[in-house]
Design a protein around this ligand. Sequence first.
Ligand code: AMP
Length: 239
Amino acid sequence: MTDESKRKLALVFLGPPGAGKGTQAKLIAERYGIPHVSTGDILRDNVARGTGLGLKAKAIMARGELVPDTLVFDMVALRLRQPDAEQGFILDGFPRTVAQAEWLDAFLERELIDNAHNVKVRPIVVQINVDYNQLLRRLTGRRTCPAGHIYNIYLQPPRVDETCDVDGLKLVLRSDDREEVIRERLAAYERQTKPLVDYYWNKGRLVAVNGGSAVRQVTGQMIQAIEQMSAAEVKSGRR
Ligand code: AMP
């Protein structure tokens, strides 16, 4: 591994539900050896385990609304302070609002310094763009197996109807993948998350990729964009 690839990375993947953030995050997390931190996954895990946080979040999530910041901030801080996130992380589903982005900037400023390169670690924000109709097909067709494998009945069906290829478990429709909830989630994205694009663009932190192409192609575009921004950061030596 080159010294270049050891730079600490605070990656943020931005894009509407169904843009492929989760899929790309897994691939890119592997590539850099940093964890994929999905706030949606952490919240769903809390709901499934019936924790205090889960009990508070459950009804809000079922309506497709955003869980209050106070709950989400504590949860994210706890996760990003784990030892596996010391070299960086990929955030998927967070931040979703400008208030959350400001909180993240302050958190990074306080807690993440790349001493090896003598730079502060600023977020590299990758926006994944996908056409609205393509998003609807992806989301209404999504089925997941209880162990986490993901299919799409239109685009990537399992070999046997409603059954996971890997473990034979019955596939389910996530309660927030129902069409009326999906429309609300996309509307919430438009309303609340789009201003993030302006926020990060104005700070020079944003790169956009076309998420409509094949998975590996999108991954390639993303890695190229991340490397470019990260190299520029170290070169400019801002601290
Ligand atoms: P996701 O899997 O990212 O689509 O998230 C599923 C649900 O979890 C969302 O619809 C929200 O209810 C909740 N959620 C996830 N991330 C956040 C966040 N950053 N802020 C508030 N709520 C969130």
